[in-house]
Design a protein around this ligand. Sequence first.
Ligand SMILES: NC(=O)c1ccc[n+]([C@@H]2O[C@H](COP(=O)([O-])OP(=O)(O)OC[C@H]3O[C@@H](n4cnc5c(N)ncnc54)[C@H](OP(=O)(O)O)[C@@H]3O)[C@@H](O)[C@H]2O)c1
Length: 255
Amino acid sequence: MAKRALVTGSSSGIGEATVRLFRSHGWDVLAVARREDRLAALADETGATWFRADVTSDDDMAALRAHVESTGPLHALVNNAGGAFGLDSVETGSIDDWQRMFDVNVLGTKRALSALLPSLRRGADEAGSGDIVTITSIAGHIAYENGGGYNAAKFAQHAVVAALRLELNGEPLRVIEIAPGMVKTDFSLVRFAGDQERADAVYAGVEAPLTADDIAEAVVHAVELPPHVNLDLVTVKPVAQAQPYKLARGPLSTR
Ligand SMILES: NC(=O)c1ccc[n+]([C@@H]2O[C@H](COP(=O)([O-])OP(=O)(O)OC[C@H]3O[C@@H](n4cnc5c(N)ncnc54)[C@H](OP(=O)(O)O)[C@@H]3O)[C@@H](O)[C@H]2O)c1
């Protein structure tokens, strides 16, 4: 029987690419996000199933839990839903943006874990192991100017993952954190509330930013390794990026 993965935030970007890759490796996949039209199109294309849920809603996550429990065990959970809102200093940043970032990245991850750990345990009892992969960010490890709200949320999400790994020690459940650097997705478009010009400027001149497919490869690779091998923390950056704030623009060439 095929194993089943659930990917949150799978209507675009990294989550969508991860659904595609899991499906191409023969996994059953439950794609979760808020935009139903995009989930339905992805399901039609890949044969994944989908469920509309907002990770910031307790009611939606209770409904997701019930749906998953009634449709079988779970072998991998990918906590990917998240993102940034705004790029402002600590002094001037909007409290509303900070609250939204905390809610989706940190509490969204916590809600998904509380809702889905019982199903992951069922899967691990059946298959011998299970996986929890969380997409944090290099912004969850290194702060940058005007990133304070997103840094705070992603540092906190990293802390959730670290505590969880301690709490699950002794169970056959791997806790994997993948911390990407710059990935060219809708991330910046969302961060800048639909301002395409501002979003494009983020990637301008950067030779080969990461793609969503690159991160999907890391996720599926980590999950498909032998079950005793835990890629605890994986940092993935484009070669042009040495730190969140140290980015080469223009062609890479030897000096
Ligand atoms: N792109 C980067 O440079 C980068 C770097 C490091 C880390 N990351 C992290 O990677 C993850 C994926 O981002 P991405 O780059 O793929 O951006 P993206 O294309 O904007 O995808 C974000 C996904 O999250 C979903 N989402 C947002 N809020 C949600 C909510 N409340 N409930 C359920 N789903 C929600 C969105 O779907 P709906 O709007 O349909 O709900 C969408 O599918 C995020 O956690 C982000 O912080 C991105």
